[in-house]
Design a protein around this ligand. Sequence first.
Ligand SMILES: Cc1cc2nc3c(=O)[nH]c(=O)nc-3n(C[C@H](O)[C@H](O)[C@H](O)COP(=O)(O)O)c2cc1C
Length: 309
Amino acid sequence: MPDNLLKNPDISVTIAGIRFKNPVIAASGAFGYGREYAGLLDVGALGGVCTKGLTLEPKTGNSGMRLHETPSGLMNSIGLENPGIPAFIEKDLPYVQELQKQGLIVIANLSGSSVDEYAEGARLLDMCGVDMVELNISCPNVTSGGMAFGLDPETASYVARIVRKALHKPLIVKLSPNAPDITAVASACIAAGADALSLVNTFKAIAIDVENRKLVFDNVSAGLSGPAIRPIALRMVWELAESVAVPIIGLGGIACTNDALEFLLAGAKAVQVGTATFANPAAMLEIIGGIATYMEKKGIFCIEDLSIR
Ligand SMILES: Cc1cc2nc3c(=O)[nH]c(=O)nc-3n(C[C@H](O)[C@H](O)[C@H](O)COP(=O)(O)O)c2cc1C
């Protein structure tokens, strides 16, 4: 084997025809629209950025407590606060579009409270400069739409099909770990035209304020993320990697190189990092370097060869 290959493993990955220069993507909701992290890390060095969940109209989000820490986890009840797709395109997209010149892949995370809203949102995103769309049918923090679409294979495939029709760009469907049968939902979404899957979104959970004898969140439940969910997310990625043919993007509690490698070894083609970025904005860059070092050490030349499946 030529010596230079050992020193320079290829950490790029291609998902649905889109080349990522490395397999590490900022997860939706933990990275704003990219611009928010500009002074904290070299955003252009990431493989990709998923925007905060976008809806057609602006949303103010949920009332009351929005974030609550648990041992090894974070609960959130943001409720998809966002400026709406037209404002995103006008005000936020230009920043990340500049970074596309450095190879950054921009993924818009699309949400909606009705099928028509998803379709119209997809049409707008199709016409702007984002590279891919991640369909969020897995948000546990909104009362209409969101996760309600992602728990049942038939409903999930209905939304995915409508969005697929409205969109010419590659479509990732983001799955909910709260679905009774995540494999059935995944298969239905692939049949409806999903080019790739990302999993997992947050786990539905509750917290109670013992002193004040009341629920912590106005919305009753919230979404649990962070290291606490990682082994369960990993198990789901492992199981899906066996049963589906489309690329899988794995996430859930990834905070360091070893965590990311577990997902890549389980068969994910790329990873996303969410909660960890709040505590350590450099986490994703450390992981990118760490994956390359691991591959050099193990004599592995491309990301696909990491999988132990
Ligand atoms: C504060 C916060 C906001 C989030 N907002 C979104 C969102 O808008 N759309 C979405 O698909 N996922 C959203 N998520 C879920 C994350 O993208 C990710 O799926 C989940 O947190 C698990 O990954 P992690 O443990 O690395 O954070 C959010 C997560 C957090 C913590």
